[in-house]
Design a protein around this ligand. Structure first.
Ligand SMILES: Nc1ncnc2c1ncn2[C@@H]1O[C@H](COP(=O)(O)OP(=O)(O)O)[C@@H](O)[C@H]1O
Ligand SMILES: [Mg+2]
Length: 238
């Protein structure tokens, strides 16, 4: 049993269920999952291909509606809200980083970061300052004006992380962010995610196959066939 004092979760789910396909051929991606996630730590979500990791992230992050159960974000039932409110929640509070970095080829690093901030209604000056700070945070303060073709895969993934961090989201979801990177760059990304969790008291959930990231994890959740098979926090079963 975990004897640590329980922290208020930023996000949790109860009896979460997600299925795909028809009645005849039903695929159960998430099967009755209940977990709570608090801020300040890096949680790795691990499991074989097809075990439900991406489905989990999209149901928790407001991207994909579950078929059953509840997601509570900041204590409120996320999927009972109207779609417009869910979109607002996602834009304001969630940050996503995926394996495919998704940068615009023609934009410089600082422009990549400022663009979504402007879309969120930030003024140009505030967006520029936040983008500069985020680039500093990921160690690319001197690459503001570089375009994706002028940087390495690891540097571009750091730009994507800076873009995600610039609006200081409280809920950060990463889906295999290091799988296209070599070991050293992968570790760098894990360090940045852990630092972001600590510094901003954010919840960071990171899907990975990469066992080299394990030393950076505060918690490791293993899923298989849509079911949590182990959940350990600093070596203690949760
Ligand atoms: N859009 C979809 N349509 C049909 N089946 C899907 C879809 N997305 C995921 N699945 C299925 O759900 C299961 C879990 O998928 P996913 O969450 O992507 O797993 P993981 O990220 O662990 O590889 C798999 O069997 C997958 O084929
Ligand atoms: Mg996946």
């Amino acid at each position: 049993m975990n004897t640590k004092p329980s922290k208020t979760p930023l996000i949790s789910c109860s009896s979460l269920r997600k299925t795909f396909g028809s009645k005849k051929q039903k695929i159960v991606a998430l099967d009755d999952i209940s977990i709570s996630l608090s801020g300040g730590g890096l949680t790795l979500l691990m499991g074989p291909s097809g075990s439900g990791k991406s489905s989990m992230i999209s149901c928790l992050g407001g991207l994909q509606k579950p078929d059953g159960g509840h997601v509570y974000a900041f204590g409120e039932d996320l999927w009972s809200r109207r779609p417009r409110k869910i979109n607002k929640f996602r834009r304001e509070h969630c940050g996503f980083v995926f394996q495919s970095v998704g940068l615009f080829p023609a934009l410089s690093a600082i422009e990549q970061i400022m663009l979504p901030l402007k879309y969120l209604g930030w003024n140009k000056k505030a967006a520029r300052i936040s983008a500069q700070n985020a680039l500093e945070e990921v160690g690319l303060g001197d690459r503001q004006f570089s375009r994706p073709s002028e940087m390495s895969g690891g540097q571009n993934q750091r730009v994507a992380i800076a873009r995600m961090l610039a609006k200081t989201p409280q809920l950060i979801f990463c889906d295999e962010p290091t799988s296209a990177l070599d070991g050293e760059n992968g570790k760098r990304i894990a360090e940045l995610l852990k630092e972001a969790a600590r510094k901003h008291n954010a919840m960071v959930m990171c899907v990975t196959h990469d066992e080299r990231l394990l030393p950076y994890a505060d918690r490791v959740i293993q899923i298989d066939d849509g079911v949590v098979i182990s959940d350990t926090e600093s070596g203690i079963s949760v």
